[in-house]
Ligand binder design. Structure first.
Ligand SMILES: Nc1ncnc2c1ncn2[C@@H]1O[C@H](COP(=O)(O)OP(=O)(O)OP(=O)(O)O)[C@@H](O)[C@H]1O
Ligand SMILES: [Mg+2]
Length: 140
């Protein structure tokens, strides 16, 4: 179909792959001739979503992270998914400054940042099953 395109990648939840993921989505987005602001917004949101998979999804281990990026008309959808521990209370997790990080190194602002830089984000999660973050942005 015209003006419809997608790509999929998966990689292990290693922090070294975060920049690869962010740059892959950004490269794919070049086909709609984005503004620098748009590309920076997308990179920032992807970075937060992937970092959450690296930091939270597989505590003390490593597991797969899947990204699907889809362009359809004026809409960009980026889905970041893991099969990790999941989130018990998604509403609570999405609240700014909520974090389960005991070491005090995290601000609890990842979801807030994704919400700020994309138009819409939806989080689906089940404890023990994993987490899926679907972010959409109008690129018209
Ligand atoms: N993929 C995930 N798997 C399991 N838990 C997650 C996942 N993503 C987020 N969470 C939970 O949601 C909480 C809030 O996430 P958020 O990104 O907003 O903040 P943070 O990661 O704790 O801090 P920051 O992003 O500011 O470094 C996390 O502390 C964690 O408990
Ligand atoms: Mg985070």
């Amino acid at each position: 179909m015209q003006n419809e395109n997608y790509f999929r990648i998966s990689f292990p939840s290693k922090s070294v792959n975060e920049s690869f993921a962010r740059m892959s989505v950004a490269s794919f987005c070049m086909q709609f001739d984005p503004t620098i602001e748009q590309i920076n917004d997308i990179k920032t949101a992807v970075s937060e979503a992937v970092t959450n998979c690296v930091v939270h999804a597989y505590p003390d281990s490593c597991g797969p992270v899947y990204i699907t990026t889809r362009l359809k008309g004026d809409k960009l959808t980026v889905t970041v998914r893991d099969s990790g521990i999941g989130i018990e209370n998604v509403q609570q997790a999405m609240r700014p400054m909520f974090t389960t990080d005991a070491a005090g190194e995290r601000a609890g602002l990842g979801f807030a940042v994704m919400q700020t830089f994309m138009d819409k984000i939806k989080v689906y999660s089940k404890p023990g099953k994993g987490t899926k973050v679907v972010m959409t942005k109008n690129i018209g």
